[in-house]
Write a protein that binds this ligand. Structure first.
Ligand code: SF4
Length: 429
């Protein structure tokens, strides 16, 4: 069957692609890793180059991982919002005497893990603030407590910043701390605290944050001791096209060396409540990424990482379900997790809710003509929904997630878990 008019339309589109972009895309399609300069050039794509860039990313995605779009049934446990740091982009953290500062005890974390398991979750994602006065082994104890309560639940926990905090407080090396976490049952580490892996930008948006070299060392050490990690970027603030490409280059180099990265998750800057935005301290700070920037982020990530990190995740929390579908057309193949409790982006002003039900994932994916599949944290497929079957999972039956699972806002109001009381009691005991 031939489509002469269609061919004319596509030929005319291709004829208008700039020479520089066409050459880079051609190299990527031939299977080469493109350079940082070439990646930066793609981040600057506009006009006809932009739809062609997305089409190439989509083609590479299809060749690498096919038409299945995965999601994971998981629950976030952000067990404290009290933090000794004050990263400029973070609207989640509170000082140790703040009325809204909370700290969940181990029993409550265990209860949340058990409840998640009963609701069909296979993973808990545990990340939080760096609470002052905390027992340095707390992360290890917390992990053990979850695994004792629900041995088969995957603990995806503890950002590089938290692991560094734990190792500093206990006086052991990063490797020793990671081994202790592994022994306690941690299944994987979130590759967060990355923001942008370019110190000159990092030092402006979050002075005092774990430096790039330490982040890389920590992630590689996790891989060396057998703990896989995810990888992330935060963009739409001060960074340039070259900074984004350099960040992707660092991840690609780590993966070449270790093979321990399971996925890449671009996260656009949610600016509304970010201190660095509303205090207007930084000249040139952008109000998050535009729609074109988000599309290019997915497309260029697919093109730069395709040979090394096949899984590219959209963030429904940051972009919402509608724009996440667009991301699936620009190289992405994973829809992320159900979350059940979402705090960090909600605190920063995101308004996409705290739970995405499995049936919602399936319907959004099918609407794009793709095949939904539930996966584990490390991308083994649990259920592939080849047909139109749409089972009603337990999470699908939840009418009011905030009422059923508690919300971030309610948590910051509860007297029961107030950090300052816990902190004072510790100081006087
Ligand atoms: S991003 Fe993490 S380390 Fe930084 S202030 Fe927020 S909770 Fe603390």
């Amino acid at each position: 069957m031939s489509f002469p008019h269609l061919k004319d339309a596509v030929d005319s589109l291709l004829g208008e692609v700039s020479h520089a972009t066409g050459r880079i895309l051609d190299r990527a399609l031939a299977g080469y890793d493109i350079s940082l300069e070439e990646g930066a050039r793609l981040f600057d794509a506009s006009g006809t180059d932009l739809p062609v860039l997305c089409a190439v990313a989509d083609y590479l995605r299809r060749k690498a991982v096919g038409d299945v779009v995965t999601y994971v049934v998981n629950r976030n446990v952000n067990f404290t919002n009290v933090c000794v740091k004050a990263c400029g982009f973070c609207a989640f953290s509170r000082g140790h005497l703040a009325e809204e500062g909370y700290f969940l005890p181990l029993e409550e974390i265990r209860r949340r893990a058990e409840e998640a398991w009963e609701m069909g979750a296979t993973e808990v994602c545990v990340q939080a603030g760096l609470a002052p006065g905390m027992d340095g082994w707390h992360y290890v104890k917390l992990c053990k407590a979850i695994k004792e309560a629900v041995p088969d639940l995957h603990v995806h926990g503890f950002s590089p910043e938290e692991v560094l905090y734990g190792s500093t407080l206990t006086g052991v090396t990063i490797k020793e701390y990671l081994l202790a976490l592994k022994e306690a049952g941690v299944g994987s580490l979130p590759g967060t605290s990355a923001e942008i892996l370019v110190d000159e930008v990092r030092n402006q948006i979050s002075p005092g944050r774990i430096p790039t070299a330490k982040w890389v060392e920590l992630i590689q050490t996790a891989h060396e001791v057998g703990i896989p990690t995810t990888s992330t970027i935060m963009y739409g603030h001060l960074e340039s096209s070259y900074h984004k490409a350099a960040h992707l280059g660092i991840l690609r180099d780590i993966q070449r060396r270790t093979g321990g990265i399971t996925e890449f998750v671009p996260l656009s800057f949610v600016y509304e409540e970010a201190p660095v935005y509303y205090r207007k301290k930084l000249p040139g700070l952008r109000a998050g990424a535009t729609g074109a920037e988000v599309m290019k982020m997915y497309a260029v990530s697919r093109i730069m990482l395709n040979n090394w990190i096949p899984n590219l995740q959209v963030s429904w929390v940051k972009e919402g379900p509608k724009f996440s579908q667009i991301g699936l057309m620009a190289g992405a193949n994973d829809f992320g997790g159900t979350l059940i409790n979402e705090s960090i982006s909600t605190a920063a002003g995101a308004s996409h809710g705290q739970l995405m039900k499995p049936s919602q994932f399936r319907s959004l994916i099918r609407e794009m003509g793709r095949i939904p599949a539930e996966r584990t944290t490390t991308y083994e497929k649990i259920r592939v929904f080849e047909t139109e079957d749409n089972p009603v999972d337990l999470l699908d039956q939840i009418e009011n997630p905030e009422e059923r699972f508690g919300s971030y806002r309610a948590l910051t109001k509860l007297k029961e878990y107030r950090f300052k009381d816990f902190y004072r009691a510790r100081k006087t005991s």
